[in-house]
Design a binder for this molecule. Structure first.
Ligand code: GLN
Length: 201
């Protein structure tokens, strides 16, 4: 065996799936890759099989929700989350992970006990970037990019707020399920993606 044998036993890299129907898939893929994890673009139920974690990306939640039904993924995505493996929904993904979406209702996956108010910060021209509030613990000083972002309201008792901007929850956790209303894939700060990978164990 050569001295520099790279096939020596080592932990298998974490495999992170990204729902690839529409939206900011490639920027998430690059963030996950920078953390040393493998990326799987999820378009079929079989892609969910050996994942360690899943990202529902930002984009257009109506389009993504329709795609979920077209591809027969609604139940498999719920089964995946029920297996306990971590799921992160970002922006449109936060809408899809919620128990209910309001303003422009869209069928959600109902994975987190919260309500998403779509486009509640305004339209595309009202998109903005802001830093998390100082009391946001491990996520203090995180630059957040908001693009037609939802606002998260009616958080259930099991939902923990990990970060706020101007007092509003922007990153929340319920067990192994995470939602953020901003786009963590659009900055170089990998804290949110690391949270997901760490939760995968
Ligand atoms: N406003 C979009 C929606 O409701 C989400 C925007 C985004 O993901 N950047 O689906």
């Amino acid at each position: 065996m050569p001295a520099d044998d790279s096939s020596a036993p080592s932990a298998r890299p974490c495999r992170v799936g990204i729902l690839a129907i529409q939206g900011d898939v490639e920027a998430h893929a690059s963030a996950v890759t920078r953390l040393g994890a493998d990326v799987v673009r999820v378009l079929r139920e079989k892609h969910l099989g050996d994942l360690d974690a899943l990202i529902l990306p930002g984009g257009e939640s109506t389009t993504i929700s329709k795609g979920i039904d077209r591809l027969g993924l609604r139940e498999p995505l719920r089964v995946f989350a029920d297996s306990g493996r971590p799921v992160l929904g970002t922006c449109a993904g936060a809408i899809l992970i919620s128990r209910e979406a309001r303003h422009h209702p869209v069928p959600t996956l109902g994975l987190m006990d919260l309500v998403a108010l779509r486009n509640d910060y305004g339209t595309q021209v009202d998109s903005f970037a802001s830093e998390t509030d100082p009391g946001s613990g491990d996520f203090s000083g995180l630059r957040c990019v908001f693009i037609r972002a939802p606002r998260l309201v009616e958080l259930g008792p099991d939902v923990e707020v990990l970060a706020r901007v101007d007092g509003e929850p922007v990153l929340v956790r319920q067990g192994n399920r995470f939602a953020c209303t901003f786009h963590p894939e659009l900055t170089d700060d990998l804290r949110v993606h690391r949270l997901l990978v760490d939760a995968a164990g």
